[in-house]
Design a protein around this ligand. Structure first.
Ligand code: CUA
Length: 309
């Protein structure tokens, strides 16, 4: 919880907290053990082999057993650290398919958040307990970093690119939200709170004040407004099923169509031309706000869920 004064250990409010903490404690334990061992041995050996009258230095012989021991033990320990850490890291990079996607926009100096229903909030993030959450994030200006210590997750939020992070809140309460990347004068005030609620309470909160239209619905309107539909309707390449598909380009390269690919295709369409097509699409650079690009992407993603029109 927030404002509980000094805490020895931060709250464990997400599915990752326990695993991250176990690894952290293991690393602290290993480094503490070896640090103490080395310092004790330095003092002990310095005293034991100090210069004394009548004692001559003895020649030292190689001990293969000793060499192997101090090679194999650290090697095994570092392998444990590597696979343990990599396991958690890989899990954190792969949000489950049913994760609820929440849009996050960083700007100097606030966090703008939009829920899938369209409801917006600033510097506050309300979440239902027990539901995997995926934050889909970008910045309007400089680099920020979305950091929630109680959830043990932190991810840079970059201008001109999308990043994401996911977690499942497991405990009700209010938790800190920080910007963890120095972003200018009021960086230290770019803070907020995360409120984890009972799923029913979250639904009630969502319904509380009338929200905006959902990002996908907003994107559908832009799709018509900017006449994307003229080409991507009946006559040109349809967009259903594009998100997540494998794209092959005229230069022979390939890429999976993720959010960053869609962004590039909207703002700089000639960067990668899908094989079999002509570079006919105009650029929308400068015509769309960051939020509008996010809405269009939400719309294109939503096409995969609906039956074709
Ligand atoms: Cu935004 Cu620091």
């Amino acid at each position: 919880m927030m404002d509980k004064g000094f805490q020895w250990w931060p709250d464990q409010a997400s599915n990752f907290a326990g695993r991250v903490d176990s690894l952290f404690i293991f690393l602290i334990g290993v480094t503490t053990f070896f640090t103490l061992l080395i310092f004790v041995m330095i003092v002990y050996l310095a005293l034991k082999y100090r210069r004394r009258p009548g004692r001559k230095p003895q020649p030292v012989h190689t001990s293969h057993a000793l060499e192997l021991t101090w090679t194999i033990i650290p090697f095994a320990l570092t392998l444990v650290m590597f696979f343990w850490g990599a396991g958690i890291f890989i899990h954190m990079q792969h949000p489950p398919d049913d994760a609820m996607e929440i849009h996050v926009m960083g700007k100097q100096w606030m966090w703008k958040i939009q829920h899938p229903t369209g409801k917006r909030e600033i510097n506050e993030l309300h979440l239902p307990r027990g539901r995997p959450i995926k934050l889909f994030m970008t910045s309007q200006d400089v680099i920020h970093s979305f950091y929630m210590p109680a959830f043990r997750v932190k991810q840079d939020v970059l201008p001109g690119r999308y990043t994401s992070q996911w977690f499942t809140p497991i405990r009700d309460g209010e938790y800190h939200l920080f910007c963890a990347e120095y972003c200018g004068t009021d960086h230290s005030r770019m803070i907020g709170k995360v409120v984890v609620m009972e799923p029913a309470a979250y639904q009630a909160w969502l319904a509380g004040t009338p929200g905006d239209e959902s990002p996908a619905v907003g994107g559908a309107k832009l799709f018509t407004q900017f006449q994307c539909i003229t080409c991507h309707g009946q006559r040109g390449p349809g967009l259903q099923g594009v998100f997540g598909s494998r794209r092959k380009f005229t230069d022979g390269s390939e890429q999976t169509a993720d959010e960053n690919y869609l962004r590039e295709s909207i703002l700089n369409p000639s960067a990668k031309i899908v094989a079999g097509y002509q570079p006919l699409m105009p650029t929308y650079q400068g015509q769309l706000t960051e939020e509008q690009v996010m809405q269009l992407i939400a719309y294109i993603k939503s096409l995969n869920e609906k039956p074709s029109k």
